[in-house]
Design a protein. Structure first.
Length: 393
């Protein structure tokens, strides 16, 4: 079957994986999974996670670092349970297993369902057409620079946000969010912050969800039987920076004479997120989009990246101080607050199921006008931004 047990490194070009989470209450399936696959409770939950991920063409990532696991997670989500579950599934040749080399920062181990596991899960699931979704034990997650969970002190503000997230989850978890192949992608969410509560805070589905599929596949989703519409904020992070500067934003942020527009877009967003100019230059020079100008990674590409950075700084002088300053995480906190506002206006006040994809949102197509109005209001309420809203491509 070719199941891989060798240590291997995931390269930056690999397809992103879905972080392991125990999305369903799998108790009704423990016995059949034990009988057919020879795995325990955690292994059963992991097998189901691999099956769900296979439906959207993804692998499931997990950590083999003991320090990643601590109190407060799902009771089955322990270092021993997870590593044993992965190894048991591999031993039974139910997964393609990619163990990450120890000490290789930035990439976790991962596994994919084999065709045999897909068949086994579908057999086991007969008679269990819809399992109960598990709600996350914590709706706020704080991670360190390496992605490991961190402890934090609860506050009234965090409790307020958690109550809102719980309200959103109740509506989303009870909805039928159906993909083209019939998979229900309903999934509870948590807000994930990076290093401290001023950084990040975006809403992430805990398991396979509407966020894990490509934009074209999202267009084919239905919410409770109705087709969807997806609207997004145009150039949201540059727009926030210009709003903070009190200066009108150019009509097209990515239009610079002599440079391909898609390369300028990648370069500008890289500049906003990078911590130093040298890191930004390196990343831009190695971008696939650089191939339109020079061979990615070559000395010529590095020189071109430097010239492009200068051109972007000239065009966007009013916000240039935010470039290569690690502004991205702060801006994510702002866009996550906007997302909270949008869902508060639609889910909490009007009962309209709303699915966030960071700076875009899906609703039933008949609710398009309500979505646009909510996005406009939330952006203004959070950062006095008069947002440009477009239909997602």
């Amino acid at each position: 079957m070719g199941v891989t047990t060798e240590w291997r490194y995931y390269l930056p070009g690999d397809e992103p994986q879905i972080p392991l989470d125990f999305k369903f209450d799998t108790k009704p399936l423990w016995e059949p999974f034990k009988a057919i696959c020879g795995v325990g409770a955690a292994g059963a939950a992991m097998a189901l996670a691999a099956y769900e991920a296979s439906k959207v063409g993804k692998a499931v990532s997990y950590s083999r670092n003991r320090n990643y696991y601590h109190g407060g997670r799902h009771p089955l989500m322990t270092y021993t349970n997870v590593t044993r579950g992965a190894d048991d599934l591999e031993a039974g040749q139910w997964i393609q297993h990619y163990k990450q080399a120890p000490g290789c920062r930035g990439w976790q181990s991962a596994f994919e369902a084999t065709p045999e596991l897909v068949d086994a899960v579908e057999y086991i699931m007969q008679g269990h057409p819809r399992l109960k979704l598990e709600q996350p034990r914590h709706l706020t997650i704080l991670r360190d620079a390496d992605g490991k969970p961190m402890d934090f002190k609860p506050t009234r503000e965090i409790d307020r946000r958690d109550r809102k997230t719980a309200t959103f989850n109740e509506a989303i978890s009870s909805a039928e969010i159906i993909a083209l192949d019939g998979t229900n992608l309903a999934c509870p969410m948590a807000r994930i912050y990076n290093q401290d509560m001023s950084r990040g805070g975006r809403f992430y589905g805990m398991g396979t969800s509407w966020q894990n599929i490509k934009s074209e596949a999202r267009k084919a989703l239905t919410i409770d039987g109705e087709p969807v519409v997806e609207l997004d904020f145009k150039t949201l992070h540059p727009a926030i920076l210009y709003a903070e500067a009190g200066v009108p934003m150019p009509a097209d942020c990515y239009d610079i004479d002599g440079w391909p527009r898609n390369l300028v877009k990648v370069a500008m967003l890289t500049l906003i997120n990078a911590t130093t100019e040298s890191k930004a230059r390196f990343s831009i020079a190695h971008s696939d989009r650089m191939a339109q100008v020079a061979k990615p990674g070559s000395q010529e590409a590095i020189q071109a990246a430097a010239r492009l950075i200068d051109a972007i700084k000239r065009k966007h002088a009013p916000i240039a101080r935010s470039f290569h300053s690690d502004a991205g995480a702060r801006l994510m906190r702002i866009d996550s607050d906007i997302a909270e506002g949008v869902m508060g206006l639609l889910i909490a006040r009007k009962g309209i199921v709303t699915l966030p994809v960071h700076d875009s949102f899906l609703v039933p197509a008949s609710k398009r006008e309500e979505l646009e109005a909510a996005m406009d209001q939330a952006a203004y309420d959070v950062c006095r931004l008069k947002a440009q809203i477009t239909e997602a491509k």
